[in-house]
Design a protein. Sequence first.
Length: 206
Amino acid sequence: MRITTIGIAGGSGSGKTTLCHNIVAELGPDVVLLFQHDAYYHDLTDMPIPDPARINYDHPDSLETSLCAEHLRVLRGGGSIEQPVYDFSTHRRTAERRKLEARPVILVEGILVLAEAQLREAMDLRVFVDADADVRILRRVERDICERGRSIASVRDQYYNTVRPSYEQFIAPSKMHADLVVPRGGENLLAVESIVAFIRARMAAA
């Protein structure tokens, strides 16, 4: 099986996950595997940190990218993995593992996937999802409050202390590695059509 690997990067709240879901909807879950970098945040259980929410989760060091890259290598070789499951409300990995099996298409999604050479080099197409800063922060506020039980004050402080500086230092510069920049976020249907067409052409040529 020839496997096509596509990286989907961009700032938090840019619309990466929406773009991925639209691609899956076009091709089907039997064809596309959504492989998320977010699953590989370090487990902080044994770390003496009084307030884990103060950690910079937008910094490359917050993720176990070496394990992520190894798992991606196995999947690209046609194998299966046991992926960690991260609980964002407790900042811990759970005891659960998610079994993932290879598919003809792997979407590698995460804010830093184009900033990490060991992930970037495994990709057949590199995509950066772009969105204005005000759109990204509003989406992040809604997600963190509704889905992760955060307060507006904690989301605001995290944005100014870590999210915005890390976006400017690591995420925005990774756009230079993109083959395709998608403006207006994941609702850009023309971009979805272009990516799907790329995938279908590679599958037809396999």
